[in-house]
Design a protein around this ligand. Sequence first.
Ligand SMILES: O=C(O)CCC(=O)C(=O)O
Length: 253
Amino acid sequence: MADTQELFAELFGDASDGEGAGSPDEIDNEFAHHDALLQLMNDSTFLGSASTPHVDEPVPGFKIHRNALHPALCTAFFDWLSAEYFPHTSTDTSAKRINQGMHFGAMTDASTPFGFLSRMCCEHPLLLPKEVRERPVLFDQAIINLYDPGEGIGDHIDLLRFGDGIAGFSFGAPALLRLRPVKDDDIERAARYADHDNGVVPGEVSAWIKPGDIYAMAGEARFRWSHGFPALHHSGDPVLDGRRISVTLRKLA
Ligand SMILES: O=C(O)CCC(=O)C(=O)O
């Protein structure tokens, strides 16, 4: 595991694994949010939404399960992730603040926050292909990203070190996810560098991802399309202009 963490530190730069909290107040805050989250996770009232699950598939292998998580759970996840991974960044908007955390290890225990999210990905049988859903360990790496208003992530294909089947959750502000077809010759490069070009690519697809939605990329969408969240300019809408924290679940190949 140490080797893996070193490897990812090298690939992704500085990132925390929930070790940012330091002062007694920060630690109390982290535990309080963790307890509040666990209570909601254990309360069946908050499991899923009242609406019938609906899965869109605008690109082969790219699916969105709308309203999979109750709004109260989304708020609890946002608060816990903020306290656990970004305790010093609630007000710090400087370019040097920590804006990424990581978690490693099989997410097989649904009583833990990441195990819970992993299990939610299997609640809807159409979200991930059967061979992904039924592998012994569905996910063993989570990346937690913090975005302040006006921030996004360039178009990229996730590193080919990760296997098929990637799931994303978004808490806080909604965000626009963009998928673009990648030519065969560009796949290797797209898996190494995020591209910040804002030009329009023929065939690109965009979808709003809201708190409570789960999106999944498998097969063609995972390996042959790039994805990114373009930085959006301030809209004046307090919800759209809010902070966003995402959790992306992946499996080391
Ligand atoms: O922040 C997100 O929702 C996506 C993050 C992502 O694509 C990545 O970290 O590779």
